[in-house]
Design a protein around this ligand. Sequence first.
Ligand SMILES: NC(=O)N[C@@H](CC(=O)O)C(=O)O
Ligand SMILES: [Zn+2]
Ligand SMILES: [Zn+2]
Length: 351
Amino acid sequence: MTNAAPELLTLTRPDDWHVHLRDGPALATTVPHSAAQFARAIVMPNLRPPVTTAAQAAAYRQRILAAVPPGVRFEPLMTLYLTDNLPPDEIRRAREAGVVAVKLYPAGATTNSDAGVTDMRKTHRTLEAMQREGLLLLVHGEVTDPEVDIFDREAVFIERVLQPLRRDFPELRIVLEHITTQDAVQYVQAAPRHLAATITAHHLLYNRNALFVGGIRPHYYCLPVLKREEHRRALVAAATSGDPRFFLGTDSAPHPAHLKEHASGCAGCYTAPAALELYAEAFEAAGALDKLEAFASLHGPDFYGLPRNTERVTLRRTPWALPSSYPFGQAQLKPLRAGETLRWRLMASTA
Ligand SMILES: NC(=O)N[C@@H](CC(=O)O)C(=O)O
Ligand SMILES: [Zn+2]
Ligand SMILES: [Zn+2]
C-alpha cells in the first residue's frame, strides 16, 4: 500500500459545512484562511449578540465578503441562530435573503450559546416554518443537564431531543453537527432520509488522550469534547465509508490564545489554515485517500441541494511547518498543531 501512495491528490474544490468566522477584526484572519481552503462555508451565527434576523445575516455576509482576498472565490452561506422566540415570519424573510439554515444550540451547551433554546416546544412554530420553507436545521447535539456525564451528552441528546424532533418534523432536513460518538454514527446510518452529520478533522485524528499528553493541552479542547479511541475509529469508518450522509465540517472555532490558555479555557480548535491537510492525514492513515473527495466535496452540496463545485484543488505530499500563531485583532491565535510539521500541503486551486 504505502509505496503506491500518491504524491499528488487532486479533487473537486471542497466546502466547509460548519465554520466559525467570528466578526470585526477577526475576519481579516479567518476569512482568508477559510477562503484559501474552501469554495463555500456554512457560517455559524453564534456571534455576540447572535445572528437572529435575515437583515443581520445579510449584513454579516457583506462584512465577510469584504474580507475575501481579491481574486479568490468564496461564498459564505448564512445561518440564523434559533432562540426560544425566533418568529416564524423571520424564516420566510431569511429564505428570501439567501439564508440556508438555522442553528440549534441548547442554551448553555457551548461557546456563545446562552441565547440558545431552553425548551424545544417553544420553537415548534418556527420549525414548522423551516420545514415549509426548506431551511435546514443544524444541531449542536449535546444535552446540558449537569447530571449527565460530559462524555455521554451527545448520546443522551439523540435519545431525548433528536428522536422526538425527527418524529414531530419528518420533512425537516437536519444536520447533526460535529459528531463525536459511535452512537451518533449509528443513529445517522439508521435514519432513512433527511438526516446527515458533519465530522471535524480533529475528531478524526484524536481521541481524548490528546487533551492530557504531558499536561493539560487547551488547544485540543473543543465541544463536544474528544472521546475514546473506539468512537474516533467509528467516525473514521463513517467518513471513509462513502456513505453520503457524512461530510466535512471543520468546526474551526478561533479564540484568542490567552483565553484558551486560561484557568477557564474556551472551547474550540482553530483548524482552518490547514483543514484539508488535516483531513488528508486522517484519510491517509485509514488507507482511504480515494474517499476524501466524496466526503469533502460531493456529499455536502448533495445533501444541501446545492450544485457541486467545478474547480479542482491539489494536495501535495511535502512536509511544511504550520505557523505557530496568527495575529487576531489585538490578540494571537494559535492553530491546532501550531508550529508542527504537516505531511500534506494544499497547492493553489485551478479552474
Ligand atoms: N466547537 C467548539 O468547541 N466551540 C464553538 C461552538 C460550537 O461549535 O459548539 C465556538 O464557537 O467556539
Ligand atoms: Zn457546536
Ligand atoms: Zn461549531
